[in-house]
Ligand binder design. Sequence first.
Ligand code: 2M8
Ligand code: MG
Ligand code: MG
Length: 277
Amino acid sequence: ILIFTDLDGSLLDHFSYSFSPAQPLLSLFNEIGVPVIPVTSKTRAELAVLRCELDNHDPFVVENGAAVFIPENYFSSPPAGCEVIDGFYRYQFSKPREYWTDLLAQQEAEFGGEFETFTHLGVEGIRASTGLTESAAQQASKREFSEPVLWLGLDERKLRFIETLREAGATVLQGGRFLHVTGAGNKGKALQWLSEQYRAEYPDSALLTIAAGDSDNDVDMLQVADCAVVVRSPVHSPPEVPHQHLYLSRQTGPQGWVEGVNWFLGAADRPETIDSI
Ligand code: 2M8
Ligand code: MG
Ligand code: MG
């Protein structure tokens, strides 16, 4: 079993960023060796801190699928196409951040005043719009492959903005609070690439992939996993995910995460009817 999980709004509470309701299940997975792979909008700098707090030693995916990091001695041989960086193998799907900030700067002419980038928000602006602590906001500001954007304008204009960026080659993904502007990767591609690395390492095991997420930027990942847990959000409606094996949690955040993962592991009472979207 491989568990691929979104963080904000899924394993972490949307408001408090706490994962304590999931702690017992995470400890169990650690003990029995079930990998829990964060697949997140967050940066490598944020993951460095969070993985310590979570006591997580598995690979992770940053900035919405823009890059995958695998601890250097995790697999018996280096995965193809990776560079070694700070003790990790890195597989990169996207161009660097500067490419996307340049593209966004070009949008000022048509959309000036309608959006705010992370670069312009700065650490204080990020803190204010996310509720992260100052040091966490600092880590969030260290983007390497993508730029989050706060949309300030009207909804119709937002669609036009997204379309314009897509025509220019960007991938634009809606997170809980921000639009994420990045390159060719998405969470689904990252899941598939990483699953192939596990299959190569364990050719005789039948691997089952479970993915958990709460937002639109998780749909690509939820669709390609064998089992999809949609974690209910306290602030927005669940994303639409065409999937045969889908569970929509009744609870939100980490409680919903535990509920959904347990449901697929057969450890929860099977509800009379499965919630469907
Ligand atoms: C941003 O990501 C979330 C993901 O759903 C969002 O778009 O709302 C990122 O900046 C991430 O780095 C940061 O930790 C998070 C905090 O809420 O916001
Ligand atoms: Mg989320
Ligand atoms: Mg996320």
